[in-house]
Design a protein around this ligand. Sequence first.
Ligand code: FAD
Length: 307
Amino acid sequence: MLGPVILAASRSDRMRRLISAAPVTRQVVDRFIPGETVGDIVPIIQGLTAKGLELTMDVVGEDITTPAQAASARDAYLELIGRLKELELGERVEMSVKLSMFGQALEGGHELALGNVRPVVEAAAAIGTTVTLDAEDHTTLDSMFAIHEELRKDFPQTGCVIQAYLFRTEADARRLAADGSRVRLVKGAYKEPAEVAYQQKHEIDKAYVRILRILMEGSGYPMIGSHDPRLISITQELARAAGRKLDEYEFQMLYGIRSDEHLRLAAEGHRMRVYTAYGTDWYGYFMRRLAEKPANLRFFLRSMISK
Ligand code: FAD
């Protein structure tokens, strides 16, 4: 029951101020968001790629309120891509972007977000990599899919994310699988109402498997965004049944979660991509990680009390 409460707190400005100011927070946050600047994150990228892992980078910060902040978000990605070019790491590291951070929720937001994300997609393509559009709450998805379709006209490798907990997702998966798109499938991390989303874990897990089957049997490139051991072995079975080779799908997990499993799957010859977030506006991302596993919240509270 704690998950929904934490997700509600993730939208509260008061909680944001309280938690962001707590002196111990940074130590706990580091487990999931291991840096605030490009300078902090480069050694992490180099360390993970040296271990045979690939990355997708998220510059955190979804709650922007002005077009200028949206432009800064775009520039932060462009700075990172510039650094990856110098390091010649373009082919190992892709970008994950949240369109809210590029202005999607502001007035004229659809066009604003498209205008901000396009240069990032272009810069990524120029260094041999690509961008995946993260999925946020269900009210943002029609706009996200329309932007995805628009970007794919010039950059067909642009990916998007679908969330197994939403009723709409099987239909989205069918469309994207037939279009040959790169698609990351996740369970879903937002607080969604019962009118649009499954609420029970077993229902979400069953939907995940149904959608996974659609993606594996389609002509796209499935990216399995989950730490769930059962879903990882089902993925391997379904990939074999669909005749997919190891480079025709990939696993993705979040930085700081089941890190041994990242290495195990990479050692088995799988493409394993670590979703790595960095930046100063980490509150929303951090709270979603707490909501996924109440033990994280207990650890966080204990470290606050023991100081
Ligand atoms: P769960 O059943 O939640 O977890 C399985 C096991 O993984 C747990 O038992 C535990 O051992 C471990 N685990 C999972 N989460 C945590 C955690 N926070 N801390 C510690 N251990 C944990 N969601 C979106 O809505 N939109 C997105 O764009 C999006 N992108 C994602 C990208 C990637 C690469 C990944 C891996 C997840 C993404 N998510 C996104 C989050 C996703 O929706 C889930 O909330 C999250 O992955 C937890 O679900 P799970 O599949 O790992 O399964």
